[in-house]
Design a protein around this ligand. Structure first.
Ligand code: FAD
Length: 532
């Protein structure tokens, strides 16, 4: 069965790959040629890395050219050759260890290295047809198919492609979303920002601030720029955080780079991008046979590094549901759960990203900030202390990346256990329905997460409980399910019940100590039950 994906950014590639490994035929339309002039994302969150593990892509990420020995410190400075106001220390990728809740740790991998990893994987599937230079222009939706119109950019030729489903992973300003007349909630303009990628092999040796991933520059007028070590070697990205809508002129770009560093030096500007920072979430993530995912569904400030990671979560949620419907076992309410599950995650993450932006812009220094005087030293101590405290929120986000849950999903069967409050920094593993199934190391060296990702998995954790009624009900409905019996005490403790049903995306669908009401559970988790 055929799915048409518009956009070969990270979300479109991930969705196409996850569908192809479930044996579906996928066409990806990409209007560009695959070149990434301005790498945007570079922070790959821990949950995304868990999906990369599922797809066998951790090794390729670790093998990219990023400098894995670069300490990941965030440093608050007046300039690189000026005063250091504070520092959040963070280990290099080579020195990072996973937290106890996961087999993976978060990664640093800039988009022009990360997207090629996804591209290489996705295009290994013979059932994937990636067409560069092809632009989506519109669609007509029928009861049983979607007919999409496409323009081949080199020739101007118009084509039509028929598919069972169409998914717009076409980024901010999505034409697929526009064609569905989808509107967005939020804030259309937080700041106007100019991003500049430049190269300078000597910059590392021109200052005394040591290794860092990012320098945040604070002047008497407040936070004005950031400098990110984009590849850990010689490429950098300077962002002037609040500019005019038309951005900086070339001479202003050069002056800003020198101001960030605090001296003249040799550099080569490679690209300049003026963009508007936004906080927008689509009111619905699809209609009928057409869906949107990633930036097409939500755009957020990069502060926190949530954007792509939220989008990959969309792709993983949608892929198994499309698979279920295409394979015939998905019920009529299954696809409706996509917006219900993913939209609250996008709202939460985009708000947190805006809060991080507000914290980054929070310093209100006095004019004495850069003075070589006791008053200047006292001001630097105050600003550094307050800023370090404010910024610490952004560096501790396990609760965003692992703690997102589907609390009101029509396809989860809840047992009445109250949902603990969502917390940005902290995440406690739980087998409560709607949450991510816990990671526990197994005696054979695998993680429990390695059990998930294809069909449903029914964990059988207590011999006294009989899994058969539920397995029979699921199989009768055509749901692919595997029973996995485990007796490790740590698994039984983390999973809290005798039977736990885990969905193909690794979220818990149901848990219990017996499988009474098996038919009703089976109908619920595949979206085949009546609306209450
Ligand atoms: C400075 C910056 C730093 C960031 N850092 C991070 C980070 O560290 N971590 C993180 O998670 N996120 C980060 N983000 C956000 C992240 O870059 C985006 O969320 C992510 O790229 C979205 O991926 P996507 O695939 O949804 O869309 P995109 O990457 O925008 O890809 C969309 C694709 O669709 C194609 N397309 C568009 N229209 C059409 C059409 N009509 N026909 C055919 N093709 C079309 C485009 O050419 C493009 O290739 C950052 C963003 C910025 C601006």
């Amino acid at each position: 069965m055929h799915v048409l994906v518009v956009g070969a950014g990270p979300v479109g590639l991930a969705l196409a790959g996850d569908l192809a490994r479930r044996s579906h035929t996928v066409t990806i339309l990409e209007r560009g040629d695959g070149t990434i002039a301005q790498p945007r994302m570079d922070f790959v969150g821990i949950r995304t890395m868990e999906f990369m593990r599922r797809w066998g892509l951790v090794g390729p990420v670790e093998a990219t050219a990023y400098n894995r020995d670069l300490a990941q410190d965030n440093v608050y400075v007046t300039s690189l050759t000026g005063y250091e106001l504070g520092r959040h220390r963070s280990p290099s990728m080579n020195a990072s260890e996973p937290p106890q809740q996961s087999p993976q740790h978060r990664e640093r991998c800039p988009q022009d290295m990360f997207d090629p990893v996804l591209h290489a994987w996705t295009t290994t599937f013979p059932s994937v047809d990636l067409r560069y230079g092809h632009e989506f222009t519109g669609f007509v939706q029928h009861a049983d198919r979607v007919v999409t119109t496409v323009r081949e950019r080199a020739t101007g030729r118009a084509l039509e492609i028929e598919s069972s489903f169409l998914v717009g992973c076409d980024g901010a300003s999505s034409k697929v979303a526009a064609a569905l007349a989808i509107t967005y909630d939020g804030q259309p303009a937080l700041t106007n920002t100019t991003n500049v990628i430049f190269r300078s092999p000597e910059l590392k040796s021109l200052h005394d601030k040591g290794q860092a991933y990012r320098f945040i520059c604070v002047a008497p007028e407040g936070t004005w720029a950031t400098l990110v070590h984009i590849d850990g070697w010689d490429r950098w990205r300077m962002s002037v955080v609040q500019t005019r809508p038309e951005g900086l002129k070339p001479e202003e770009v050069d002056a800003a780079i020198r101001r960030v560093v605090g001296r003249d030096f040799a550099f080569e500007v490679q690209s300049v991008n003026n963009w508007t920072r936004r906080e927008l979430v689509a009111q619905r993530f699809g209609e009928g046979r057409v869906f949107i995912a990633g930036d097409a569904a939500h755009v957020m400030s990069p502060t926190g590094g949530f954007g792509m990671n939220t989008g990959i979560g969309d792709a993983v949620d949608l892929a198994w549901k499309l698979d279920a419907v295409l394979a015939g076992w998905g019920g009529p309410r299954l696809l409706e759960s996509y917006t219900i599950e993913r939209r609250p995650v996008a709202v939460r993450n985009s708000r947190e990203a805006s809060d991080n932006l507000a914290r980054m812009l929070s310093p209100k220094p006095s004019p004495a900030l850069c003075d070589d005087s006791p008053a200047g030293a006292a001001e630097r101590e105050r600003v550094g202390r307050e800023f370090s405290q404010a910024m610490s929120h952004e560096w501790q986000t396990l609760g965003i990346h692992l703690g997102y849950r589907y609390d009101e999903s029509p396809i989860c069967r809840y047992d009445g256990t109250p949902a603990p409050p969502l917390d940005v920094a902290h995440y406690e593993q739980s087998s409560r329905a709607g949450g991510r199934a816990p990671h526990v190391w197994l005696a054979d060296g695998r993680s429990t997460l390695d059990l998930f990702g294809d069909g449903f998995v029914l964990l059988h954790l207590n011999r006294a409980a009989d899994p058969e009624p539920l397995v029979t009900a699921l199989r009768r409905a055509g749901v692919p399910v595997t029973i996995v019996a485990l007796s490790e005490p740590a698994v039984r403790e983390a999973y809290e019940r005798s039977l736990v049903l885990v969905r193909p995306d690794g979220h818990v669908a149901w848990r219990g100590n017996d499988a009474a009401n098996a038919e009703s559970i089976a109908a619920c988790i595949r979206g085949a039950h009546q609306q209450q």
